[in-house]
Design a protein. Structure first.
Length: 140
């Protein structure tokens, strides 16, 4: 294969690769209003794995669009909301759900904020008492 043929193959593969990535997923809402409402509720609790800070309901990432289609397929096939969320957890992990359930491996997620708040309050109050006792000594 000469240089010109290799160049044509490389350019063609780059072009095809870009076309594949730029193709938009066409989202089709479910025709049944109740099923679409259920899917919208699930969209609001599933985290976008590309954005990681927002729900797939609010994300325009390609992965979010694919996850929305997957959830719609699962719901239209008759799966319950719990089964769909269980599938999402199995496939992507507990992090994929915006409000992870309380389990042994997520206890720190739930306890750490409360413990940090209590430690902060305790430190603030103990410093206040030290400052107040120092002020009392200065006044005497």
């Amino acid at each position: 294969m000469d240089f010109r043929s290799k160049l044509i193959v490389i350019l063609a593969s780059i072009l095809l690769h870009n076309l594949a990535w730029s193709a938009e997923l066409k989202e089709q809402p479910l025709s049944d209003y109740a099923l679409e409402k259920r899917s919208q509720n699930i969209f609001s609790v599933v985290r976008c794995m590309a954005c990681q800070g927002e729900a797939i309901k609010d994300s325009n990432a390609t992965l979010s669009k694919a996850m929305r289609q997957l959830i719609r397929q699962k719901i239209s096939s008759g799966e319950s909301d719990e089964q769909v969320l269980s599938f999402i957890r199995e496939r992507y992990g507990d992090y994929a759900v915006l409000a992870p359930s309380l389990q042994m491996n997520t206890v720190m997620l739930w306890l750490l904020p409360a413990s940090m708040l209590l430690i902060g309050i305790w430190l603030h109050l103990s410093r206040r008492q030290v400052v107040k006792s120092d002020q009392d000594r200065i006044v005497r």
